[in-house]
Design a protein around this ligand. Sequence first.
Ligand SMILES: [Zn+2]
Length: 334
Amino acid sequence: MKSQGNVLKKTSTRLAAALLGALVSFIAGPHAALAASPQHHGQAPGFYRLKVGDLEVTALYDGTGVFDAHWLNGTKATMDGVVKGLHEDPHKLDVVDAGFLVNTGKQLILVDAGAGTWWGGGALGRLEGSLRSAGYTPEEVDIVLVTHLHSDHAGGLATQDGKRVFPNADVYVAKAESDFWLSPEIAAKAPKDAQPFFQSAQAIAAPYIKAGKWHTFTGSEPILDGMQLVPLPGHTPGHTGYEFSSKGQKILFWGDIVHAQRVQFQHPEVTAIFDIDQAAAAATRHQSLLKLTHEDVLIAMPHSSIFPNLGRLRKEGSGYSWVPVVFTDQWDGK
Ligand SMILES: [Zn+2]
């Protein structure tokens, strides 16, 4: 009995110690007693899907770049405000680059292909990985619609050694766009700073042209059921939006109507130095923003500061505000 009593006493002492330990770790957190964990700097793979009618739309993250205030043209007062704003918030001009997949149930369509290895010194070019994370392969893509041939939208189409990343896809781009960037004569006359844009466009297009998979359109000829071409000239000569409709719902892939949303929604007159025709780019932006506030259209914008680069427009004061799609794990938003 005596020894049993000792065992009981010892057991209850151990039990009390264990309970106390559990209580301490409960208060301090479950890993308080472990060595410090290394910090992990990467994020989860970047895709986000939602439903537009019967369409499955997946935004594909390509990377984030920093837009330079000197790339914007506005009045002195506006630009002074932008520079001041950057002191308060250094990330004010950060820009996510994104492309978008549309699965119609019959075809897999990519709208803009990200930068691949052609832009941004490695900050961009993750679209192919995002597409794979979303459960697709490049071989499955049937069609690529390109809003324009700047390499942050078309670079993901081809590798530096001239291979097609989407070997089974037919690529569509406006004829005015293709003619401009692929013209050796126009390239020869272009300023030195603009030369890389021509060189990359030509190198990216070459393997698709060779394979007979580079197609151009001149107007509103039908390419796909349920998709309308929306000419949006100015940023580049053949800059084109693509508007998909399904069951009364619409989504517009509008290319580079906006580069710096936290400046240009309030100041649509501010242009980017990359706009080939500055006046036309500003006019197209004014018209598009005004029109879209009156329509029930979801907007997919390749350059937003808020991934998944999807949202709607509202009128706000003399400018506009962006109402972003918020994250939900319900893919149809319900
Ligand atoms: Zn762009």
